[in-house]
Structure formats: structure tokens, C-alpha cells
Design a protein around this ligand. Structure first.
Ligand code: GDP
Ligand code: MG
Length: 304
């Protein structure tokens, strides 16, 4: 009996690909049912391929959230694009997302045209349908299907959850047969210290998105379980210039304090343990050109 059940199981990878801001991270959270991937109103915040794990009937669907595909300007941009296509190449299915309200922009065209090189079945996902009416959706469906060969089209709102169950069912049905790769209570394989860094980075962006350029990053340096069941976490916030360090600190350290308070609350909720969070702001000049930092973020360092 147990063996028969095992044999029917399916497991595989679904890559979400699309321009920045189309709603990839929001969709992963909706599919998994828990906050695993950083979601912000700013573009280009997903640097790591954070995986969410969705379970539907006998299938385990491992979701890969890719950095948005966009026009490369800097070395970091190119590394993110290579990493996104790399994960799409290894996936069992690829879902290409479009923002229904925005329609086709240059970045979306690059995404759709790049799909031709992928062997896995592709689906078109029109997201944010809560923001548009039906005729616009049909026109966009037609235009996208003329450019690429999609096995199916889904119209969803990742934010409200509308249409998400159908997509999840399709993902589940198209996973290859095989044993599950993760225990059934796991929602992400990103290590906790990485999730904690993502949360702090999100708070940093939410607080300072006007003033801070993208070239800032957060690393968890100490993660110590204390005897009373709490965790002591020390993180470094890296910026490129002294002037940026002052912005992050704020007057009398108030800005950093607010970022820390918001991050601490959310990390504690995520790991269900009390947290003591210590943040340090450090200047690391030219880190965006340093191969070592790319390795730390699990990215390849592009040659030029
Ligand atoms: P990503 O860059 O593709 O990962 O996009 P995010 O998931 O971070 O979403 C970008 C923005 O779009 C966020 O402000 C989301 O709240 C918003 N968003 C995502 N899905 C929907 C949706 O279905 N409807 C609406 N109205 N907003 C959405
Ligand atoms: Mg994202």
C-alpha cells in the first residue's frame, strides 16, 4: 500500500520567468501559502533563486523565483540574467509571467522570445487581472501566443489568489513522476540565515528606496541559538560609499533602528522564535565588481 502510493508521486521544478515587477514573488507566495520570497514595489530585488515548495495532491512542485529579465547595464545585471535563464533551462516547466495592465514592454519581449530555446513545456500566465478588463486580456493572450508556443494560458491575480488554484493544479499534473525531494512540511530550501537577510534587505528598500541605489546588500554573519530558545542574529548591511552609510544610519541612528525593529519582528514571526537582531552598516567600495560577492549571492561572475 505504502509502496503503491510512493510510485504515484510526482516531483519537479517550475521556473517563473518574467520582467521585474510582474508578480513572480507574489505568485510563489500564493502557490506556497506562506511568505517565502521577498515582495516589494521596487524592481530587481530578487537576487537569489529562492525556492518555494508547493504541494498539490501527489505532486511536489519546487518553484524557482528568478531574478527579473531586463536590459543589462552593469555586471550585476548580466549575472542576474544569466542566472534566470540558467534556472529556466533546468526546469521541468516554465511559466512566463506578464503584467496584464502593462502589457508587452521591451523586457517582456525579451522574455517571450527567449522561451524558444527552452525544451520544457511553457505556459503563459497573465497576472494582475484584477487591474484590467476582459477585452484587454484577450488581446494580450493573442499577441503573446503568436510570439511563442504555449501549452496553456492562465489568467490570474497572484494578489487576490484568483485563478491560482487552476495554475497550481496544472503545475502538479505536469511534474515528472518520481519521489519527493523535500519533506512534506518544508516550504523553502533557502537557509534561514538567507531568508533573514532577505527580510532585512526588504525593510532597507522599503524605508530608503528613494535614496539608496541597488548596490547595497545584507549578509547574516552570526546566527546563534541561545539556551532560552531565542536566537542572536548579527547582520551587516553593505553600501558602496560613506555617504550611503550615513543615509542608512539616519539622524542619531534612527533609520537603522526602525529598519532593525521591522526586520526583527518579521524574522521572529518567520522562525517562530524570539530574535535579538544586531545590524551593522559597512562600506565596501566597489563590491559590485568583486567576484567573491557574486559567489556569496550564488551568482556567476560575468567575464566583462
Ligand atoms: P516580481 O519582481 O516579479 O517578483 O514582482 P513582485 O511579486 O515583487 O510584485 C511586484 C508588485 O506587483 C508588488 O507591489 C505586488 O504587490 C504587485 N502585484 C503582484 N501580483 C499582483 C496582482 O495580481 N494584482 C495586483 N494588483 N498587484 C500585484
Ligand atoms: Mg521577485
Amino acid at each position: 500500500m505504502a509502496e503503491a502510493e510512493q510510485a504515484a508521486r510526482r516531483c519537479g521544478f517550475a521556473a517563473l520567468i518574467g520582467a521585474p515587477n510582474v508578480g513572480k514573488s507574489t505568485l510563489i507566495n500564493a502557490l506556497v501559502g506562506s511568505k517565502v520570497s521577498i515582495v516589494t514595489p521596487k524592481v530587481q530585488t530578487t537576487r537569489n533563486l529562492i525556492r518555494g515548495i508547493a504541494i498539490e495532491a501527489e505532486s511536489q512542485v519546487i518553484l524557482v523565483d528568478t531574478p527579473g529579465i531586463f536590459s543589462p547595464r552593469r555586471r550585476l545585471d548580466r549575472a542576474m540574467i544569466d542566472s534566470a535563464w540558467g534556472s529556466a533551462q533546468e526546469a521541468d516547466i516554465v511559466a512566463a509571467l506578464l503584467d496584464s495592465r502593462r502589457g508587452f514592454a521591451t523586457d517582456d519581449e525579451k522574455v517571450i522570445d527567449g522561451l524558444a530555446d527552452l525544451r520544457a513545456p511553457k505556459v503563459l500566465v497573465l497576472n494582475k487581472i484584477d487591474l484590467v478588463d476582459k477585452p484587454a486580456l484577450l488581446a494580450l493572450t493573442r499577441a503573446a501566443n503568436q510570439r511563442a508556443n504555449f501549452a496553456a494560458t492562465f489568467m490570474i491575480s497572484a494578489l487576490s489568489g484568483d485563478g491560482v488554484p487552476d495554475l497550481k493544479t496544472w503545475f502538479a499534473a505536469h511534474m515528472p513522476e518520481g519521489p519527493w525531494l523535500y519533506p512534506d512540511d518544508q516550504i523553502s530550501d533557502a537557509p534561514l540565515h538567507q531568508l533573514a537577510a532577505e527580510i532585512t534587505r526588504e525593510k532597507l528598500y522599503l524605508r530608503l528606496h528613494q535614496e539608496l541605489p541597488y548596490q547595497s546588500t545584507v549578509e547574516t554573519e552570526v546566527w546563534k541559538e541561545l539556551r532560552d530558545g531565542s536566537v542572536r542574529i548579527v547582520q551587516s548591511l553593505y553600501v558602496e560609499r560613506e555617504s550611503q552609510r550615513k543615509i542608512v544610519l539616519g539622524k542619531g541612528g534612527q533609520t537603522l533602528k526602525a529598519i532593525g525593529a521591522a526586520a526583527r519582528g518579521e524574522i521572529a514571526a518567520a522562525i517562530e522564535q524570539p530574535v535579538h537582531l544586531f545590524l551593522h552598516v559597512k562600506v565596501r567600495e566597489g563590491w559590485a565588481e568583486d567576484p567573491e560577492r557574486y559567489r556569496a549571492m550564488d551568482l556567476e561572475f560575468p567575464k566583462e
